[in-house]
Design a protein around this ligand. Sequence first.
Ligand code: THU
Length: 138
Amino acid sequence: MRAGSEDEGLGALFEAALAARQRAYAPYSRFSVGAALRDETGALHAGCNVENAAYPVGTCAEAGAIAAMVAAGGRRIAALLVCADGAVPVTPCGACRQRIREFAGPETPVFAAGPGGVLARHTLDALLPASFGPETLS
Ligand code: THU
């Protein structure tokens, strides 16, 4: 895999997502997910899925990582990685693609990883083309 400048520190991003995944609360789906992102300062923020007995109330790992970034003062996603153990590499769900879109640009890398390492690299624009974002409103 060719490493661009945004891909630097990919190992640390993977380790942060893997650690968060180990703390996932997923008693209903049994599908644990961790996500980690690097913000515009270089700081890492991680999250895991948090399910709920009222199923639709559960939250995705990406939403947790984004909330952690915003609470810490970060405002831009430089790179994001999702870690899960799916039959195919797990990419963010549709709603989370939009959540990422709020804080990222079209070329922002979104990595898919399994427990053993990174499996795929996408850009946000490839995952959410012709998207609606903050500048659409201005
Ligand atoms: N999930 C995530 O946390 N992120 C994704 O990108 C895909 C799905 C969670 C939601 C739910 O807790 C479980 O995985 C099964 O859908």
